[in-house]
Design a protein around this ligand. Structure first.
Ligand SMILES: NC(=O)c1ccc[n+]([C@@H]2O[C@H](COP(=O)([O-])OP(=O)(O)OC[C@H]3O[C@@H](n4cnc5c(N)ncnc54)[C@H](O)[C@@H]3O)[C@@H](O)[C@H]2O)c1
Length: 312
């Protein structure tokens, strides 16, 4: 995207959002963030205009949307693992509030709406690997269903009102500013344990495989997807490689140069055995390629994790 824009990043103080904000600022855009909380790991940026509030506060949202060209929607009020505990909350706080957001975007004549969906959950148990964008979508958690539903509403708003939208489906992103004490992001959680001198807990036999994408590569993919003219509106963004938990632990040990203690626990029924995204479309249409090796990404993330664990 060469033209300088007024951009609103919803959820811009989170892990992915904060990196996206950095990139948009570096590209010379005027950036506004709407988020419930300040950033956890650093002070607010002087170049960014922050609007604090809950996603459900439509008055505040209306103000945040004023004079905005492009909206990036990264707010999610739920997580894959816990979303099934309260699906009604999930639907209300994500789907319904996103529909109100779309209504406000139409009213304020937003030129583009970018939604960060989920490549790890919306396909469910894949029939085959790698998983392309047109593969069946059978999410096995409420989080995946709400992501998919929002995608469908974006298509509907395009059909009814001409809303210009773009959807990215990241696999499993990792990198600095991801919470090592959280319940998602195996690499962050594992490195948090290692940095704190605790054993890594592996549920099951370690064969569960995921497609890990380094945060800088993901942000590059998002920016290219938005800035490249294309007929496609949905892009998988992953590494295109499936790495088992056992392999991941080996890579972590190799990268940090020490033996990693592992504790095995019973497998969890909700873990889809393997995810590997087909990233051919993003490669072909965006000229994008994930550049960071897992070893290099783990190593650079470990520096962040050590300082985060030390200061907690
Ligand atoms: N991290 C992943 O593994 C992953 C993978 C695929 C897709 N995604 C999606 O990418 C987006 C960003 O994920 P992330 O990992 O950066 O999450 P995150 O939790 O780090 O960031 C989300 C941000 O949204 C804000 N937020 C949450 N609820 C809010 C509310 N009610 N009102 C206002 N702000 C609210 C939080 O304060 C936070 O700053 C989410 O939509 C997520 O579903 C994440």
């Amino acid at each position: 995207m060469n033209v300088k824009q007024n951009i609103l990043v919803m959820g811009g103080n989170g892990f992915i959002g904060s990196h996206l904000v950095d990139r948009l600022v570096a590209d010379g855009h005027s950036v506004r963030v709407f988020d419930k909380y300040p950033e956890r790991y650093r002070a607010p940026l002087t170049e960014v205009e922050y609007h604090y509030g809950d996603f459900g506060n439509r008055g505040l949202l209306g103000e945040a949307l004023r004079n905005i060209d492009t909206v990036y929607h990264l707010i999610s009020t739920s997580l894959p693992k816990t979303s099934n505990d309260d699906p009604a909350f999930d639907v209300q706080s994500n789907v319904i509030e996103t529909i109100f957001l779309l209504e406000q975007c139409l009213a304020q004549k937003i030129s583009k709406f970018v939604f960060v969906s989920s490549g790890g959950t919306i396909y469910g148990r894949p029939e085959r690997l790698p998983i392309a964008e047109d593969a069946p979508t059978n999410p096995e958690c409420s989080y995946g269903i709400t992501k998919l539903t929002i995608e469908k509403y974006l298509a509907l708003y395009h059909h009814l009102h001409g809303l210009d939208y773009l959807i990215v489906r990241p696999s499993n992103p990792y990198g600095s500013r991801q919470d090592p004490r959280g319940i998602q992001g195996a690499i962050a959680v594992f490195l948090g344990k290692v940095a704190g001198g605790e054993p890594i807990v592996v549920w099951g036999d370690g064969e569960v495989g995921r497609d890990y994408i380094y945060i800088d590569d993901l942000v590059e993919g998002i920016v290219r997807a938005v800035g490249t003219p294309s007929q496609s509106r949905i892009f998988n963004l992953g590494s295109g490689v499936c790495v088992s938990l056992t392999q991941l632990i080996e890579i972590i040990g190799d990268a940090i140069g020490s033996i990693v203690a592992v504790h095995h626990a019973p497998g969890r029924g909700f873990d889809v055995p393997q995810i590997r995204l087909d990233i051919t479309r993003a490669r072909r249409e965006l000229g994008w390629n994930p550049e960071t090796s897992l070893r290099d990404g783990v190593l650079s993330m470990y520096d962040f994790i050590r300082s985060a664990v030390k200061s907690s």
